[in-house]
Design a protein around this ligand. Sequence first.
Ligand code: AMP
Ligand code: GLY
Length: 412
Amino acid sequence: MRALLVGSGGREHALAWKLAQAPSLTDLHAAPGSPGIARLAECHPIRAEDPEGLLALAHALDIDLVVVGPEAPLVSGVADVLRPAGIAVFGPSRAAAAIEGSKSFAKDVMAAAGVPAAAQLAVARPPCVVKADGLAAGKGVHVCRSQKELDVGLKAVTALGGGFIVEELLEGPEVSSFAICDGSNAIALVPAQDFKRAYDGGLGPNTGGMGSYAPVPGLGADASEELLELVHRPVLAELQRRGSSFVGLLFAGLMLTSKGPRVLEFNCRFGDPETQSVLPLLEGDLLEALAAAAAGELAGVVLETSLGAAVTVVLAAETYPKGVDRGSAIAGVEEAESEGALVFHAGTALHGDRLVTNGGRILGVTGLGETLAGARAAAYAAADRIAFEGVRRRGDIALDAAEGKTISLHSA
Ligand code: AMP
Ligand code: GLY
């Protein structure tokens, strides 16, 4: 199979790494790709936001399957350009991607499907959560415990200009639950946890994600199947009923409250940096599963999960999430890899043959092990080998889980 991967972040590097191992793969192409992806795939200078360019590329390369990584091109309809032109796509149509692109649409679908979600409030009064309605690259959610925080949150979402919703403020551990979907069938990937805040102890502003791990102790195969029944399958059925079947990766961001799981948000694509921890644990042919989903033929497909564990530590620019760093030399990637870690490029560039920083999140370092403690030690040991000006990371990724703390779906 000839595959074209769209995107350039750490998630796409992890996807490229896994797809490159697929027995059914003959050629792997990427648009635009990254210096990391270029080691696994042929990269083409077409932007993810250029659907016509991607269509021409897919035709020219005789591509059998396009896998779209990021949300922005999906929400703006890249699949609606490719699919009618006869190109198989793993990624939802614009109408189905609205499950991520519009918080109010997601609320409406969940209410119709009977999926437990954070309740929507008519009046903004603390404690509450204020969310911009449209895509906001992680900057649209404000958790407001005080009137002062609410004032700041309301001002921020109003400035984005696209409307907002207000929700009850929930408490409990969070989990990211991924399902590969073909419009009506779903298969679960291993649940993961993401570390969204910038600093240790869950302090500081929200980011795209500072680290991740999988599996989540206490959430085994039974729990992920239960989540599929509770959340993903009803949403798939409701979207199908509305004539916008969801083909792609349906990602539920859940909070496990004392009253049970509640959906905080949906995403219409793989999570970043959860994917960097989830895919290394996947056994079997990911490409075949994604192609089966794109063809509407997922029934009967099984993807086994290994018994091991994976921990991903993000190395970010000093001023991330506010700022980025560009052009600082990066040292030690090969040393980290020689320790057995996987190093996924999130924001890098090549100056000649020199690898330099080029973004907010620069690299993700994934350690693997038989246990979470082993994977965590491997990730940090490898991360220690990497240096660039101002490098910053959290020191507590997967710490609680590695020390044996478990999570349950029902009694947070
Ligand atoms: P979202 O982009 O909707 O996942 O929100 C980003 C983060 O804000 C989540 O990972 C949570 O930590 C927090 N959050 C979102 N909704 C709520 C809620 N209803 N109650 C408490 N925290 C929330
Ligand atoms: N890590 C959360 C996300 O990908 O949205």
